[in-house]
Design a protein around this ligand. Structure first.
Ligand code: WT7
Length: 647
């Protein structure tokens, strides 16, 4: 380990943080030895209507996976994020909203949030929404996105938030899966000076699936949009017609809180289902300890509320802790590449939590745009979404953080609800590129291909040995798929889909997905989804999609496309296919490189050999491994000779 850089915990952090190194070891050991005692105590960090007497009731037995935490407790998540803070901090800022245009901003206090959430909840109720109903939310990053999410939680409706970058087809698939009849959207979104036609996308989605009877439209840009009489309503009109007060619904700890769709290696996106008690407790606890959040800190998570990071670390974690949470509508490079740091200076941000892809993109612009800003308010830097390469880590640390701020590289997944592997800033010595050590209650295991648990310094597939309160409970409507996806590969363990190395100090280094999932700028995608979008095009007969290393995006999308007989490859068709995928899935799924290939490497039984395609896309074709099972070896030479140039 001698050539490895280690950054010690700064002395001031050791002194003031909730947890130092000794306390981490002690709390961690207890959490593993006595989960019922540990989590039973933690339960009191949130407010219950009826306190739970039971704590953990979980089994990973692949015949009968069942995960329940605090099952006899009742509570309301919105109450915990809003109402319970009113006695002490009604006048404190809950949300700082920073618009796409630097001239637009506003703050919302806990009292105002309380008022707005109750009205929104009553609007939903007036449109017939009841406990257990699914409400789809397709919103830009405006305060009403947060308000509508909390309003659902208040009345016990299950929110299904869809990221504003998804296409009408993707919305339609999700609507159909969760059978939601109510959609909350905005006329348009605004990102990087460009308008996003949210309402028009919702209209197109509703044309594809039946069942939606209410579309609530929040005015963002004020542009005129199509309004279907009887179905579409402006939020501000409805808000005038409802009472100001709305009580919180009493929910069981295991009642669903939300569904969030995420991609896997096969099939359609899965509806990851999170429930109320364990999720909220875990989001709240990780937010407090990982970011060492203290009263009054200004905390900014740059994610979109459409992803799990936004759910857990813009909304549920911070607000349950009474935090000041900044909601940013824009992008890192608009109007200039100093924007992130200007926002930090303007709002005196203490903690920023962002993605490696943003850091790498800003790195390309050099130090100038960073160094012209002060950033003196920053104390802690966070990273999430994909492995952070050591170069980007060092740049974040030295250039953005002026060597002063620890970095918490947090590993987790939509499925995990909250952070599982991470440094604690007052406790953990940092190694650039490592997510370091497990959070309380988390037991990572590294297994080989046969499922044998490997000890000590090693590498293999990352599993988690036992349940934690924030874990997903099921795939919405398909419990068998939940079991098959996560608990069958290595029976008795939760399989993450990630590869991982553990070093001699017990530090974890996530190496990326080992399944057919790719991570492009922190957006998770199944290669199968991009493939089915491509083959839906009339001129495409077959497609295979793999990831390749990309300087900024982490992974780029490399598509091998075989055309229908008689169709000719051309630059025009290449562009057409890129546009096609943007339209089918969303702009972030557009292939970076398309190689027209007359054939794909297949086994004699017709299975595409993706391993070979991956190697060629990675320019590692000198080392293709075993090719003896190929039906037609000549195909490979053609693929190598016509591979796409990365630069
Ligand atoms: C996948 C989960 C968790 C919120 C955002 C993404 C990768 C995530 C890290 C990290 C290395 C990471 C993994 C994981 N990932 N964070 N700090 N270091 N890899 O959630 O869309 O469910 O994606 O993102 O591959 O499995 P998601």
């Amino acid at each position: 380990m001698s050539d490895e850089k280690i950054y010690d915990v700064p002395a001031d952090w050791k002194a003031k943080a909730y947890v130092d190194a000794a306390k981490y070891e002690e709390m961690y050991a207890r959490s593993i030895k006595d989960p019922n005692g540990f989590w039973g105590e933690q339960a009191s960090r949130i407010d219950w209507i009826k306190k739970p007497t039971k704590v953990k009731n979980t089994t990973y037995d692949p015949h009968n996976v069942s995960i329940k935490w605090f099952e006899d407790g009742t509570l309301n998540a919105c109450y915990n994020c809003v109402d319970r803070h009113l006695p002490k901090r009604a006048g404190q800022t809950a949300l700082i909203w920073e618009g796409d245009d630097p001239k637009d901003d506003k703050t919302i206090t806990y009292k105002q949030l309380h008022e707005q959430v109750q009205v929104f909840a009553n609007v939903l109720k007036a449109r017939g929404v009841k406990k257990g109903d699914r409400v789809t939310i397709y919103m830009p990053m405006i305060a009403e996105a947060v308000v509508s999410i909390l309003a659902c939680a208040r009345i016990g409706a299950v929110h299904s938030v869809i990221f504003g970058g998804f296409s009408p087809d993707s919305i339609a698939g999700r609507l159909e899966d969760c059978k939601s009849t109510v959609i909350v959207t905005a006329d348009e979104g605004l990102r990087g000076g460009r308008k996003v036609p949210l309402k028009a996308n919702v209209d197109a989605a509703c044309d594809k699936v039946g069942g939606v009877n209410t579309v609530i439209v929040v005015r963002r840009t004020g542009t005129a949009v199509n309004m279907e009489p009887g179905r579409d309503f402006y939020y501000d009109d409805l808000a005038l017609t409802v009472p100001a007060e709305c009580p919180c619904e009493e929910m069981s700890a295991e009642d669903p809180l939300f569904i969030l769709y995420t991609s896997g290696s096969t099939g359609k996106p899965k509806g990851v289902l999170h429930t109320t008690g364990g999720y909220l407790l875990y989001a709240s606890m990780t937010h407090q300890y990982v970011f060492d959040y203290h009263d009054g800190d200004v905390y900014w998570c740059t994610a979109d509320v459409g992803w799990v990071t936004g759910h857990s670390y813009i909304i549920y974690g911070p607000l349950s802790n009474g935090a000041i949470s900044l909601v940013f509508e824009g992008v890192p490079n608009y109007p200039t590449t100093s924007r992130f740091w200007e926002v930090c200076d303007k709002h005196k941000v203490n903690i920023i939590y962002t993605a490696p892809t943003a850091i790498r993109a800003l790195m390309q612009g050099g130090e100038g745009p960073v160094k012209k800003t002060s950033r003196q308010s920053l104390r802690l830097l966070g990273s999430v979404g994909e492995p952070i390469n050591p170069e980007a880590w060092e740049w974040y640390y030295h250039v953005v953080g002026d060597d002063r701020c620890p970095i918490v590289d947090t590993w987790w997944q939509t499925e995990t609800g909250g952070i599982l592997i991470t440094p604690l800033p007052g406790a953990t010595r940092l190694k650039p590129g490592s997510a370091t050590r497990p959070f309380f209650g988390v037991v990572p295991e590294i297994v080989d291909a046969e499922g044998k648990v490997l000890e000590g310094a090693t590498s293999g597939n990352l599993c988690i040995a036992d349940s934690w309160p924030g874990q997903m409970r099921t795939v919405y409507g398909d419990h068998q798929r939940f079991i098959d996806t996560y608990f069958k590969t290595y029976p008795g363990k939760y399989f993450t889909g990630d590869g991982c190395r553990r070093d001699a100090d017990g530090y974890y280094w996530i190496t990326g997905r080992v399944d057919d999932v790719i991570n492009v700028s922190g957006h998770r995608m199944g290669t199968a989804e991009v493939e089915s979008a491509l083959v839906a095009h009339a001129k495409v007969s077959e497609a295979a999609v793999v990831g390749y290393p990309h300087d900024i995006k982490g992974q780029g999308i490399y598509a091998y496309v075989t055309l229908m007989a008689g169709e000719k490859p051309s630059e025009e068709l290449r562009k057409e296919l890129v546009q096609w995928v943007r339209k089918e899935i969303g702009p972030f799924a557009a292939p970076d490189l398309i190689q027209f290939s007359p054939g794909l490497p297949k086994t004699r039984s017709g299975k595409i050999m993706r391993r070979i395609l991956r190697k060629i896309a990675e320019d590692e074709f000198g080392n293709l491994g075993d090719t003896t099972t190929l039906a037609d070896p000549a195909v490979v030479d053609d693929l190598i000779n016509n591979r796409q140039n990365k630069k």
